[in-house]
Design a protein around this ligand. Structure first.
Ligand SMILES: O=C(CO)[C@@H](O)[C@H](O)[C@H](O)[C@H](O)COP(=O)(O)O
Ligand SMILES: [Zn+2]
Length: 189
């Protein structure tokens, strides 16, 4: 029972730490505005991450292309999560390239990349960031711990204030994702 309760108590502490730093909300607004500007210019948002962060990347994209809270027009967002693409690139070039190769295929100047990594150090996300830079794609990072290598590479980094387990950071990330979608809905239409 205590271990179960501890999950909620830790989550409460991480959320409180995030809430008490106004820089997080400035960063979220900047990130939301970059996304709004891209969508208004006919560009798109591409999201990626591994494991639970892939689920978050998919969650983000489907609520923009599909539906969040209210009926509105479909918005251009896609997660890099096609298993056939990922198995081909993983098999032929290596797992480090599953996201970057996709960005090479469909990324355009003016798009936005949302890279999600609780360590900030996943090589495949870092490689996608590299391609994004080459193509003139803005980079927004959801990170954790010390931000890892992603910290220096993102145009906007939003970092979950945790130093232990990935799940605590992911719980902050999903709140960031929902607040970004809400911001986009309010400002893009
Ligand atoms: O969802 C979880 C943990 O909550 C795991 O599946 C986690 O996402 C995986 O271990 C990832 O490979 C971790 O990658 P990253 O967040 O460090 O980029
Ligand atoms: Zn998880």
């Amino acid at each position: 029972m205590n271990e179960i309760k501890q999950h909620f108590s830790e989550a409460h502490d991480v959320l409180t730490a995030f809430l008490t730093n106004d820089k997080n909300f400035e960063a979220l607004e900047t990130a939301g505005q970059l996304m709004v500007d891209a969508l208004k210019s006919g560009k798109k948002i591409i999201s990626c991450g591994n494991g639970g962060s892939m689920c978050d990347a998919m969650h983000f994209a489907e609520e923009l292309s599909g539906r969040y809270r209210n009926d509105r027009k479909a918005l251009a967002a896609i997660s890099i999560s096609d298993p056939s693409h990922m198995s081909c690139v993983g098999n032929d070039y290596g797992y480090a390239y599953v996201f970057s190769r996709y960005l090479e295929a469909i990324g355009q100047k003016g798009d936005v990349l949302l890279g999600i990594s609780t360590s900030g150090n996943s090589e495949n996300v870092l490689n996608a960031i590299k391609v994004a830079k080459e193509k003139g794609i803005s980079i927004i990072g959801l990170t954790g711990k010390d931000g890892g290598k992603m910290s220096a590479e993102c145009d906007v980094e939003i970092r979950a204030p945790h130093s232990t387990y990935a799940d605590r950071a992911q719980e902050i990330h999903i709140k960031c994702i929902h607040s970004l979608i809400d911001y986009i809905e309010r400002n893009v239409l």
